[in-house]
Design a protein around this ligand. Structure first.
Ligand code: URA
Length: 246
């Protein structure tokens, strides 16, 4: 897919100057530079889910295989009772980019892979828009098991799962983390800041000093397509950070 097709797949309108209709490569992409601070979205509405650091789940020495087995067999929280299977994560284990979402949904619970539903298709298009194939990145979630009815993760669930995600990040050693959605961003960065204030700038995943860019969750973008332009800006910011990091 070329860039214009990718933007189209993301649902971003592409404006072409009238006097250059035969030059699609020179299309003018008008991105509205909206001020994000203070925005109110449903992504911002709920309170932060805090991580309880005292919860013991020591996986810091496990290799990929051991870690995956541990996750697939995990019974640390109640979610194991209602899951079809745990969803470990997928992609390139040497990736420069790591994408972190919230938790598996119904499709992911069935397939055992993150972001395979409609939101996943939009995520793929977002990645392609910045020149990345899904297979090139590593995709994981804060929670490895689906919360019933896709409710928000509970603090104790996040606390049980946090060491798994941390170990995944340690093993991948990505150059950049893209957090999609409020829940992923607030839990990874340990903040209750609204997503409208987190997106659009660089953060750092402190335990490993890795740059983090926050953007809206693709499921939210499906419901609020006018926000896709902001996500496009976030992706461009992430890509420029990667380029300047070499
Ligand atoms: N939403 C997420 O945050 N993660 C998935 O894997 C699927 C939907």
């Amino acid at each position: 897919m070329d860039k214009l097709a990718c933007l189209d797949a993301m649902g971003i309108d592409v404006w072409v100057r009238r006097e250059q209709p035969s030059l699609p490569a020179k299309a003018i992409i008008e991105i509205v530079n909206e001020e994000s601070a203070g925005a109110t979205t449903t992504e911002e509405a709920d309170p932060v889910v805090a991580i309880n650091p005292s919860k013991q789940n020591d996986v810091g020495a496990l290799d990929w295989e051991q870690l995956e087995q541990r996750v697939l067999a995990c019974t640390l929280c109640e979610l194991h009772k209602t899951r079809t299977q745990a969803v470990f994560g997928v992609g390139n284990k040497d990736a420069d980019w790591m994408i972190i979402g919230e938790a598996p949904g119904a499709e992911e619970d069935r397939h055992g892979e993150p972001f395979v539903g409609r939101a996943g298709q939009l995520l793929n298009a977002m990645l392609e828009a910045v020149g990345l194939k899904r297979e090139e990145v590593f995709i994981a979630n804060v929670l490895k098991c689906r919360p019933p009815n896709n409710r928000d993760p509970r603090a104790e669930e996040v606390a049980s799962c946090e060491p798994y995600l941390k170990r995944q990040i340690e093993l991948v050693q990505p150059k950049i983390i893209l957090c999609v959605g409020r829940i992923a961003a607030q839990n990874l960065l340990k903040t209750d800041m609204p997503i409208g204030r987190m997106r659009g700038r660089k953060h750092v995943y402190e335990p490993l000093n890795i740059p983090v860019i926050v953007t809206y969750h693709p499921a939210y973008l499906l419901r609020s397509p006018t926000e896709k332009r902001k996500s496009w800006q976030d992706l461009l910011l992430a890509r420029s950070l990667m380029e300047s990091a070499g």
